[in-house]
Design a protein around this ligand. Structure first.
Ligand code: ZN
Length: 228
């Protein structure tokens, strides 16, 4: 962990930068979860602080403005493990879809007691409601409900960027055999994303970034009739 944070601090500049926003990515934990830091005009958003809080806090120590809020794409243990430490250190709200409550509050359902190293359950959280969605939207953050990998999986849309969690990866899609997963739901959710116009960058919960156009062309699950 020590080596990783030193390596990270040697890195300067942003992972992706435009005039509208700056995006950084930290890769954390045993399942190499992508934790994204998005700097907007009015706030710093943290997505999926999945593990290794020391790496995440050293990022903010070295790079400036502290996070204002956390929004998670879903509640599996490899996406939530750093949340208690981050919420406590920065005293910021953590938001997740209401259908993930059962998962974040149960170590069997979030997988931490099966695949992880401890029994993890969250006691401090905010379930996203209509008012939050309006407030997010004012800050250019939109929430798209995309159940399937888990019941309350969401895609976070900011400008022409989609943070897809474990719904859609470069060349692949998320599994549906975990608690609350549904093949029918993930098909509907993928179709929602497939029907969006080209021009979106895609930042998945694991692996490399991609874009909607190349996934429509190259991702088996989007190119074939498996969605119908
Ligand atoms: Zn997951």
């Amino acid at each position: 962990m020590q080596n990783k944070s030193i390596l990270f601090m040697m890195f300067s500049g942003y992972y992706l930068e435009s005039d509208k926003m700056k995006i950084d990515r930290l890769i954390v934990g045993p399942l190499a979860t992508n934790c994204y830091i998005i700097r907007l005009d009015s706030m710093v958003l943290l997505i999926d602080p999945g593990a290794e809080p020391a790496i995440i806090t050293s990022y903010f120590d070295s790079k400036g403005p502290e996070p204002d809020l956390i929004i998670n794409t879903h509640g599996h243990f490899d996406h939530i493990s750093a949340i208690p430490a981050i919420v406590e250190k920065y005293n910021i709200p953590f938001y997740i879809d209401p259908d993930e409550r059962e998962i974040i509050t149960d170590s069997l359902k979030n997988g931490s007691s099966i695949f992880g190293e401890n029994n993890l359950l969250l006691t401090t959280y905010n379930l996203i409601d209509g008012a939050d969605i309006k407030r997010f939207k004012k800050n250019k953050i939109e929430i798209i409900k995309t159940s399937g990998h888990s019941p309350g999986s969401i895609v976070i849309k900011i400008e022409k960027n989609l943070f897809t969690g474990d719904l859609l990866f470069k060349g692949s899609i998320g599994r549906t055999d975990l608690f609350g997963g549904s093949v029918q739901d993930i098909k509907r959710s993928l179709l929602k994303i497939k029907n969006m116009e080209n021009g979106y960058k895609i930042f998945p919960g694991h692996g490399l970034e991609t874009d909607l156009e190349s996934e429509k062309k190259n991702n088996y699950y989007l190119t074939n009739n498996v969605l119908f």
